[in-house]
Ligand binder design. Structure first.
Ligand code: F3S
Length: 632
């Protein structure tokens, strides 16, 4: 029986266990990435491991999320990141260089290799046939130190592409279409592997849009074959010698197959709330807009922005809205300067922002009260744009430009067709800093706070349910990003005060007064960003277990790594303020355990979502305590 791409890469990298779906394996990691939102904590965690330097062959520490340091604390974070990377042997990508995922696929992605990143959109590098997985900072810290990355082997969905995209439709519409088909939970427990004759019609930036936003389906990652398109892209980036072909065997067997005929794609828009709240253009055309934002790690490539400039040439942004463009990388920015696109943007009334994340997480360009912002980004949760009073919708670059011109959501296929023209890539690595080693002193401000020690869990958990929340709670709901908290990423005691800030602003105070307790959630608890602060914040406040109907993959691992027990159960019978007792003496992976609800005088079954190794981690108090115990 032949192998899929996924099976080929996993079997070449497995170091512990067997590549059998549902079983836990330890993988050798070739490359690691962190960014400034998660990176400060990852470096603080790396320090706890007490190693002299990083051990993974390539580690890149990016500064992209809060590159426009809006508070001094962020500049302090940047200096801590830069000096930590240099001290411990990692590359550092300075502010203004661009978004981690785009830079990683431009400069470093290699077919057949593994990448672990402390960002949920790390799968973007699957566009170059890389096994690229998002994880919490603690997992990345361990992998930076040369430790294996443990995960449960996912099943594989083959996404068979046929046909060619028609004018007006784009790769973004393909992934929005898939999200509508399978929902934000449809990829959970799976890897999406693309195949079929339609693959060769898609450029690397288009593939990157699809693998990037595959994260929104809950999939572990997404991956394309490495073919001539990959070869040409890597050669154009000056890295042709790193290319190798990689595709599935013709008789590879998959757990599921989804067919997508690219020629049938039409412009789509994900309206506010969830990335799978996808509507046909006919349903939403004419909806008033207050903002349009073009860029991000999903649609900030030179290819995308050249198309945007061509569509805007000789036209203007509607006077009723604001429009910004933020290139995904400095390479894209330099090429847009060379080809005159930046001039076109300015003439069209577009504001050009530096390469980076910034507005994508609400650092600037925050929508106003009741305003609707159309964005080419990947997430539209309430609160994602830096406020819970303004709303976000998601679309392709083509739809965003047509809408910016019209002042309302508009169909791009009605604009005259333009097409992308290849140009030589600008290769300028000025803002990547090589490490200098231990002679570099790590600079810490008072806002860089070491994390408290992880302590063993004990035999029994007792406490009250401090909060009960609905289905689909995202990590943005648990710990909001944006101007509220972005400057406190390296200060856990301070950022923990914002846990569930929009859900219940009294939560942190109540948790502190109660000395900790429990959280009860619904379906897909912890979906969205890989933000481990959404686990570390509750841990800092003394949360001992989260009981939910189901958990999102990365967040579930982050809970375990933080030493919080994830328990799956029917939460319908539990209310806020109920007092629970959970006996841990028979804690065993996948085996239901008794939870006593003292308030209701009942007992119920709850299943710990743990492997054997994770059960040991939780009992040790968390991944750092566990790793130190095992490796001295
Ligand atoms: Fe940055 Fe937004 Fe992507 S925060 S990493 S551009 S999802």
């Amino acid at each position: 029986m032949g192998e899929s791409i996924v099976q080929k890469i996993l079997s070449q990298h497995v170091a512990d266990g067997s590549v059998v779906p549902g079983q836990e394996i330890g993988l050798v990691i070739d490359q690691c990435l962190t960014q400034d939102s998660t990176g400060t904590m990852a470096w603080l965690e790396f320090e706890v491991l007490d190693l002299e330097r990083v051990q993974a062959p390539l580690v890149v520490s990016y500064n992209d999320h809060t590159s426009l340091a809006f508070k001094g604390e962020s500049s302090d974070d940047h200096m801590f990141l830069q000096t930590s990377a240099s001290h411990f042997g990692a590359l550092y990508s300075k502010a203004g260089n661009g978004v981690c995922h785009q830079l990683q696929y431009e400069r470093f992605a290699v077919p057949g290799k593994t990448l672990l990143g402390s960002d949920s959109h790390t799968p973007t590098c699957g566009s170059l046939a890389m096994m690229a997985i998002g994880a919490g900072g603690m997992d990345v810290a361990v992998a930076m130190g040369g430790g294996f990355f443990y995960m449960t082997v996912p099943k594989v969905i083959k996404v068979e592409l046929t046909g060619r995209l028609p004018w007006g439709s784009s790769a973004k519409d393909v992934i929005l279409h898939l999200l509508r088909e399978i929902s934000v939970k449809g990829g959970v427990g799976f890897i999406l592997e693309y195949d079929g004759p339609g693959v060769e019609t898609l450029s690397i930036p288009e593939r990157a849009t699809i693998t990037n936003m595959g994260a929104e389906t809950g999939a572990t990652t997404s991956i394309f074959p490495s073919d001539e398109v990959t070869h040409d892209f890597m050669t154009a980036q000056g890295r042709g010698d790193q290319w190798k072909p990689l595709c599935a065997d013709p008789d590879a067997v998959y757990d599921k197959v989804i067919h997508i005929d690219l020629s049938q794609m039409r412009p789509l828009v994900a309206m506010t709330g969830m990335p799978d709240n996808v509507k046909d253009m006919i349903e939403v055309a004419g909806t008033h807009l207050d903002q349009v934002y073009i860029g991000s790690c999903t649609n900030g490539s030179y290819r995308d922005l050249q198309i945007a400039a061509k569509l805007l040439k000789g036209r203007h942004v509607a006077p009723t809205l604001d429009c910004i463009v933020s290139p995904g990388s400095r390479q894209a920015e330099q090429m847009l300067l060379q080809d005159g696109s930046i001039e076109t943007f300015i003439e069209a009334g577009v504001r050009v922002i530096e390469p980076g994340c910034n507005a994508c997480i609400g650092i600037g360009f925050v929508p106003g009260n009741g305003h609707l912002s159309l964005r080419t980004v990947n997430r539209n949760w309430v609160g994602r744009g830096g406020t819970n009073k303004g709303y976000l919708a998601l679309s392709s670059v083509e739809t965003a430009v047509a809408s910016a011109i019209a002042g309302c959501i508009a169909d791009p296929s009605k604009l005259p067709q333009v097409s992308y023209e290849e140009r030589p890539y600008v290769i300028d690595t000025l803002l990547f800093l090589e490490p200098e080693g231990p002679k570099v002193a790590i600079r810490r401000s008072p806002n860089i706070v070491a994390i408290k020690p992880q302590k063993p869990m004990g035999d029994r958990l007792t406490g009250r349910v401090l909060l009960k929340v609905a289905d689909g709670i995202s990590t943005d709901d648990i710990l909001p990003a944006g101007p509220l908290t972005q400057h406190l990423r390296s200060n856990l005691p301070a950022i923990a005060q914002f846990v569930f800030h929009y859900q219940d602003p009294t939560f942190a105070k109540r948790a502190a007064e109660a000395g900790g307790g429990f959280i009860v959630g619904g379906e897909n608890y912890g979906q969205g960003s890989s933000r481990e602060h959404a686990a570390l914040g509750p841990w800092q406040l003394g949360i001992k277990a989260v009981l939910a109907r189901s958990f999102a993959r990365i967040h579930c691992s982050n809970l375990v790594n933080a030493g919080i027990l994830p328990l799956q159960c029917d939460t319908g019978d539990i209310d806020q303020e109920d007092e629970l007792i959970i006996e841990l003496s028979n804690l065993s992976p996948g085996k239901p355990m008794r939870v006593e609800n003292r308030t209701k005088g009942r007992q119920m079954d709850a299943t710990p979502i743990l492997t054997k190794r994770q059960a040991e981690i939780v009992q040790s108090g968390g991944l750092l305590a566990y790793t130190r115990q095992r490796h001295g």
